[in-house]
Design a protein around this ligand. Structure first.
Ligand code: ZN
Length: 235
């Protein structure tokens, strides 16, 4: 199970799939913005002033409950777009959106321009429809995952997904992993220890290295392979 090879130059795959002239026209007026893990792109219920096309790293879509509890319901990297609700006419973002993997940069486009560009028939609109279906599938799968799969399985899946997005080792704290999975920190610590004891990962100074991707995939829930197949189909 080799990691998905990172692109030579980080780029957003939706934009890269556009005809060259269309790509140049859209990117020419966008700003490259860096993010660090923990940076909040949108607060739940916050305005969608801009949309972002990630070029590297990854962001979590977090459902926020009235008591403040959160759980990740989706993940977006260079295959996608942050602020997709704007494509469907929404002025506000329902999920909190947080950077969770670096190095992370994204192209930023003002929301009103995005509404105009994505509103007219053309390749961008087609790509966004396709991506919206893929993200809906991902969130559907994530709902089943939360209900049916164990914390150790879900930890293994999450770690593999992080590895696939970075192509190497990556920073992670038990707090952030627990937050993403919507579980207690103690259960995450226990799961990470077990995976390390099996020689599948190494966790050192806040960074995780996957030592045995095949073994980790065997410990993961089926959502890992399903998600990876979906990403391959989008590519
Ligand atoms: Zn699962």
């Amino acid at each position: 199970l080799p990691p998905v090879p990172p692109a030579a130059e980080p780029e957003n795959r939706l934009l890269a799939a556009l005809p060259a002239a269309e790509y140049a026209r859209l990117v020419g007026e966008m700003t490259a913005v860096p993010f660090a893990p923990g940076d909040v792109v949108y607060y739940a219920g916050g305005p969608l002033r801009h949309v972002y096309f990630p070029r590297s790293g990854a962001f979590s879509l977090l459902a926020v409950l009235p008591d403040g509890a959160v759980a990740a319901v989706g993940s977006v990297g260079s295959e996608g777009l942050l602020g997709l609700a704007a494509f469907h006419g929404a002025a506000r973002c329902r999920t909190m959106t947080v950077c969770h993997l670096c190095p992370c940069t994204a192209w930023r486009m003002p929301g009103d321009r995005f509404q105009r560009e994505s509103g007219r028939p053309g390749p961008l609109r087609e790509l966004l429809h396709r991506y919206a279906r893929a993200l809906f599938d991902q969130v559907t799968q994530s709902a089943a995952c939360h209900a049916l799969h164990t914390v150790p399985q879900r930890c293994a899946t999450w770690l593999l997904q992080c590895r696939d997005r970075t192509g190497g080792d990556f920073p992670l704290t038990h707090e952030s992993l627990a937050r993403m999975l919507g579980v207690r920190r103690a259960s995450v610590t226990e799961s990470a220890r077990a995976l390390q004891a099996l020689g599948l990962i190494r966790y050192r100074r806040g960074r995780v290295e996957v030592l045995d991707a095949g073994g980790l995939a065997a410990a993961a829930c089926p959502c890992y392979r399903l998600g990876r197949d979906d990403l391959d189909r989008l590519a």
